[in-house]
Design a protein around this ligand. Sequence first.
Ligand code: DC
Length: 224
Amino acid sequence: MARNKKHLVIAIDGPAGSGKSTVSKRIAKALNILYIDTGAMYRALTLKAVRKNIDLESADLLTGLAHSTRIDLKEGPAGLRVLLDGEDVSSLIRSPELTNNVKYIAKVPGVREEMVKLQRAIGERSGAVLEGRDIGTVVFPDADYKFYLDADADERARRRYEELRQAGEKVNFEDIKKDVIERDESDMKRSVGALKKASDAILVDTTDLSIDGVVEKLLAYIKK
Ligand code: DC
């Protein structure tokens, strides 16, 4: 069904470390609309699956889990909070171990169907900036603006490394780089909701740009 175009929907896709999250938050703030971190939703469901010891290779069990789980995104004073069945799991879902397990959940078609439904419902209610992998291709192919952010693998790994170090994680650069490259591969190769630039998305290479530079560039397109 066609979307009611009353509200502004902006799709921002790209690989890990491309600058999507920071930029999406800033764009949402500048336009005074909701920010939806779709990766956080896949992460939250992964946390529940791991906690419940569910077989990560069982598509049926994972689909059932997606149906019986409540995931909410709430704006708080400290930024976006991720609620898993009412529990704030915002920090827990960022650990490297958890991050490496998301791929099992993200490749299950039944899980993606449920997540996409939820993302569309939240986005349509009031308009939003949605960041992820399949926003411009699957979730909102008719978004008002679509961007695809990318950067060199080395630069993306460096950004992830700094982010994790600042969060107090003990990390090794080469391990992070390997994880980032493996995650991109698995994101690009899955049969549903793969990471892909929509043909009508605007490609922005952020390798040599500051966050301010990327935000300015995107806002210039939106305000044109
Ligand atoms: O953006 P992120 O690093 O928090 O995303 C975590 C993982 O979730 C990522 O490796 C792939 C998956 N993901 C997805 O499959 N589809 C999305 N729309 C967003 C994230």
